[in-house]
Ligand binder design. Structure first.
Ligand SMILES: [Zn+2]
Ligand SMILES: [Zn+2]
Length: 352
């Protein structure tokens, strides 16, 4: 099985090289690789209402500076299938419908009132106290508080706060994603992130360096890093910097769709929870949920039988005959959508 996969990868690489040099695709293509191919991006998958302007095909620069035919996709990064929020409950007796979710060690927890009340016990740390004596939750309730608490170096005034933004506090920017029409598989994956930092919570100890929101030397475009885009135009971000968040005794909850707001980047997902447009696969494979920035397809974690794939590489991808190389989003509690890019990534920036 592994040998077959390796030979398929070699075949894909050859095909990509040959098509660049305009040579015949038929040469050296093994019989068993007939249906195994790089699947081009299908722009019709995106929800039309999510687009600020029609998707255009242009020759553009990829992140590594090379030029390729790309789709230019402009969106507000706002969901169309679900509302944004809620994130934090308002009192320690609120039920789970009043809040979003929080993650720890691969698990997803409802962020309800009792979670807030028990958080010191949950983290086994008496310094946690996210509520006042009257039972109200200490949550950022002004734009200024949100911006101060959402900084990577949390303003100490907001230690022991739930950090929650509201859509009206965030600039409504237009994001421009540039994604190669024909993804180019590369044997060596590329990482965007904080290789100098310790492994993020949820990363495998022997895994590749984690990708994180902060301190990234490889930020593209307007200083943003993004892994993938959902069909509703919302971005999938690198892992939330849980060490910094928890170190300040703050929580930065996600809503039930796995998203929250950042003062500068707007709404984005850290988890794929099945609340966005999915494209079902007739063979029982996990549904497609978007595209990675390198143009390879992004699929949900679980297949029709509720099973995760067992042969993913370090980026969270693998090959099959129908979908070519593609990624599967990590489990919702893993704080990871994909681990790296196996294709040449495009770019994300603010639209001019
Ligand atoms: Zn975030
Ligand atoms: Zn798959």
């Amino acid at each position: 099985m592994r040998g077959l996969r390796v030979s398929l990868r070699v075949a894909i690489g050859l095909i990509a090289m040959l098509s660049v040099s305009c040579a015949s695709e038929a040469t050296k293509r093994p019989a068993e690789a007939v249906d195994d191919r790089v699947v081009p991006v299908d722009p019709s998958h995106f929800i039309p209402e999510a687009l600020v302007s029609e998707i255009v095909k242009e020759q553009r620069s990829l992140a590594d500076g090379t030029t390729a035919w790309c789709y230019v996709i402009r969106t507000h990064s706002e969901p169309h299938e679900h509302a944004m929020g809620p994130w934090s409950p308002k009192t320690i007796t609120d039920g789970k419908e009043a809040g979003g979710i929080w993650i720890r060690d691969g698990q997803v927890y409802d962020l309800d009132g009792p979670f807030i009340r028990n958080v010191a016990e949950f983290y086994d740390d008496p310094e946690w106290k996210l509520y006042r004596d009257d039972g109200t939750v200490r949550v950022t309730d002004t734009k200024e508080a949100f911006e101060a608490a959402a900084r990577p170096d949390v303003d100490p005034k907001f230690n022991n706060y739930v950090v929650e933004g509201r859509p009206e506090w965030v600039d409504r920017k237009v994001n421009e994603y540039v994604i190669p029409v024909h993804p180019v598989y590369q044997d060596k994956p590329s990482f965007f992130g904080r290789p100098q930092g310790g492994p993020a919570r949820g990363a495998r100890p022997d895994g590749p360096p984690p990708m994180g929101d902060a301190g990234d030397p490889n930020r593209g475009g307007a200083g943003q890093v993004v892994l993938a885009i959902a069909f509703n135009g919302v971005k999938f971000d690198p892992p939330a910097p849980l060490d910094a968040i928890l170190g300040a005794h703050t929580l930065a909850p996600f809503d039930h769709a796995g998203g929250h707001l950042n003062p500068h980047e707007g709404y984005h997902y850290h988890a794929a929870t099945g609340r966005t447009k999915e494209i079902a696969q007739s063979d029982g494979h996990a549904p497609m949920i978007g595209y990675a920035l390198d143009g390879f397809g992004l699929y949900a974690e679980l297949d029709a039988k509720g099973q995760p794939p067992t042969d993913l590489d370090e980026c969270g991808g693998h090959f099959d005959a129908v979908r070519g190389y593609h990624y599967h989003a990590g489990a919702p509690g893993s704080n990871r959508i994909i681990g790296c890019f196996h294709g040449k990534p495009g770019t994300i920036g603010e639209a001019p």
